[in-house]
Write a protein that binds this ligand. Structure first.
Ligand SMILES: *C/C=C(C)/C=C/C=C(C)/C=C/C1=C(C)CCCC1(C)C
Length: 238
């Protein structure tokens, strides 16, 4: 960041709610990263990787929020590119988190790769709908939603669920909490998408701002996800 960026920042209007959520989101991601990184070594070795990944997720987001905040301040436009670069790095890492938790109970890498594959399909089709083929945004959103459904199915009812039940105890509890994030927390994103792309749903969600919705979703999902893992580690390191 250089001086002109700061100048752009200083021009932020007091009623710029989008800019405000980028600013607060950025701070929250930085604070969460510091928290996860600094607490890492107080845990049992087998949880350290999970906490590290939680910190990486919020740290990667913090860096992208710096860029997105400035991009918004300078151009007053959605930083769609940085947004999707952030997601394509952090969402697969969230899939890794599921695997790391369930590894103790014998989860195989194939489970992780399957989730990662579907998360990439979900994000790439979402990007196509938002940027490349906007007139057909509804169709790309539908394909993206199908990939999202597969992920939700796997963790709620499919293979991942079975392993979590086998593990029981704190692992099952944490798995369930993460499942709720994917089911309820992630639903925020298609709502933001529908608010920001043309389609039959415009009249329903058109009043919302895509970036505000995405920023709220990111704060809840990235920091919340990490905190679930943090409490699992606390519980299991006693
Ligand atoms: C930290 C970032 C996260 C957890 C991002 C998650 C993003 C999604 C779950 C996006 C999902 C989408 C759909 C299900 C349909 C419309 C297009 C997307 C990409 C917004």
């Amino acid at each position: 960041m250089n001086f002109t960026h700061f100048l752009a920042m200083s021009k932020m209007a007091p009623d710029d709610y989008v800019g405000f959520t980028f600013f607060v989101g950025c701070m929250a991601m930085m604070a969460a990263s510091a928290f996860f990184f600094l607490s890492m070594n107080s845990f049992d070795k087998k949880w350290r990787t999970s906490i590290l990944v939680s910190g990486l997720i919020t740290f990667i987001a913090a860096v992208h929020y710096l860029y997105m905040r400035d991009y918004w301040a300078e151009n007053g436009k959605s930083p769609t590119f940085f947004r999707y670069v952030d997601w394509i790095l952090t969402v697969p890492l969230m899939c890794v988190e599921f695997y790391l938790i369930l590894k103790v109970a014998g989860a195989k890498k194939s489970l992780m790769w399957r989730m990662i594959l579907f998360s990439v399909i979900m994000l790439v089709t979402g990007y196509i709908g938002e940027v490349i083929d906007r007139p057909n945004a509804w169709l790309w959103g539908l394909i993206s939603g199908a990939a999202y459904f597969v992920i939700a199915y796997d963790i709620w009812l499919g293979r991942a669920k079975k392993i979590a039940v086998q593990a029981g105890g704190a692992v099952l509890k944490a798995h369930k909490a993460l499942c709720w994030f994917v089911l309820v927390g992630w639903v925020i994103y298609p709502i933001g998408y529908m608010a920001g792309t043309p389609g039959w749903y415009e009249s329903i969600f058109g009043g919302l701002n895509l970036d505000v919705v995405y920023n709220i979703g990111d704060a809840i999902n990235k920091i919340g996800f990490g905190l679930v893992i943090y409490s699992l580690a606390v519980e299991n390191s006693k």
